[in-house]
Design a protein around this ligand. Structure first.
Ligand code: UT7
Length: 333
């Protein structure tokens, strides 16, 4: 088998649950306001699951949408990578549940955990299987039900997140075709672990009455620390990606970053010299859906005519870990 030179994204799909929670709805639960949330984050509303709906349900819907867009059957998929920090269960892997739900009979799969940078890590890992020639059809699905790990009494985290999923299909680029995943650069900085984490329920603090009483099964975040790291790293990784490919911000047709805070996105775009019209922002309708934000933004960008075949796309993300990543791609469809 000859290894292809490049992998390309050939389809995108997304799914958010129908129920919408507005900032005013949250202001009835915690001491907050639409003005504070909008001004500090850019979020107006978010979609949330009904009880009993899990990450695999959102992932399966997004994956099915990507397959529909590409016009292929699930039985053609070789590998499913599910990126999530809110798996249905610790095990089996959510990828196994998705494989079964969509009927991808010949696919193997696994989960990948890198929080808000996860989707870019997943695309990077999936790309390697295509570039090596091992697989021809790889699904990367980012899915999170963040509301399952939010403390309903903590206004500092409750207002930030939503539920949602998105999926891309990776396939080999044709010989001589100038599209696909061009480059990636990722980092982790484990010293930032306690800035954003869920301390309970793992092997360190197995679930118990005490861990639940101490609310260790919820997201804990030091918002300002994460904010500062995110602004610094998004720019640093974005700039590094441009420089190592001999590009400037003016060469970028579309900028899609993780959607955690409008102020982080705008600051990064400005520092990188990106045209504001090329910056994709949809945090106002979904909030931070963790692994879902980037494919959800891809879908909106396509729908708005801001992501077209041949466009040079810069992706950046920062998340818990700390994790950070950037990907450069020439859009393929
Ligand atoms: O996707 C993973 C990565 N996560 C992120 O990128 C999140 C990064 N961090 C952020 O986006 C911002 O830090 C937040 C949006 C979380 C917070 O915004 P901030 O401007 O950093 O606010 P702050 O935490 O410094 O809080 C300012 C004030 C505080 O009150 P005092 O101490 O000044 O009286 C908070 O208690 O705002 C208060 N506050 C709120 N007020 C109303 C915090 N949350 C809320 C709220 N409603 N929901």
């Amino acid at each position: 088998m000859t290894a292809p030179r490049r992998a390309k994204i050939t389809a995108v799909g997304s799914y958010v649950p129908p129920k919408v929670v507005t900032n005013d709805d949250l202001a009835k639960i915690v001491d907050t306001s639409n003005e504070w949330i909008l001004e500090r984050t850019g979020i107006r509303e978010r979609h949330v699951v009904e009880k009993g709906v899990a990450a695999s349900d959102l992932a399966a819907r997004a994956a099915e949408e990507a397959l529909r867009v590409r016009g292929i059957d699930a039985s053609e998929i070789d590998l499913i990578i599910v990126v999530t920090v809110t798996p249905d269960m610790f095990f089996p892997a959510t990828a196994c549940l998705v494989q079964n739900k969509i009927g991808a009979h010949k696919a193997w799969g696994f989960d990948l955990s890198a929080a808000c940078s996860g989707f870019l890590y997943g695309v990077t890992v999936g790309t390697q299987f295509v570039v090596s020639g091992a697989h021809r059809k790889v699904l990367v699905v980012g899915a999170d039900v963040m509301t399952s790990i939010l403390n309903p009494e903590d206004r500092t985290t409750l207002v930030l997140f939503g539920d949602g999923a998105g999926a891309v299909l990776l396939e080999p680029a044709e010989e001589g075709e100038d599209v696909g995943i061009l480059d990636f650069y990722h980092e982790v900085d484990g010293a930032g672990g306690e800035s954003l984490y869920m301390p309970g329920g793992g092997s360190l603090n197995p679930s118990s009455h005490e861990t639940v009483d101490r609310k260790m099964h919820f997201v804990h975040q030091k918002g300002p620390q994460v904010f500062k790291y995110a602004v610094r790293k998004m720019e640093e990784l974005g700039r590094g990606m441009l420089e190592r490919n001999n590009l400037t911000g003016e060469d970028i047709d579309t900028f899609i970053s993780h959607q955690a805070n409008l102020r982080i996105i705008d600051a990064t775009a400005e520092k990188l010299g990106l045209d504001p019209g090329k910056v994709i922002k949809n945090i106002h309708k979904f909030g931070n859906t963790t692994a879902g934000t980037i494919p959800l933004a891809m879908c909106d960008a396509i729908a708005e005519g801001k992501l077209k075949k041949g466009d040079l796309v810069l992706f950046t993300a920062v998340g818990a870990g700390f994790t950070a990543g950037s990907v450069l791609a020439r859009w393929a469809f």
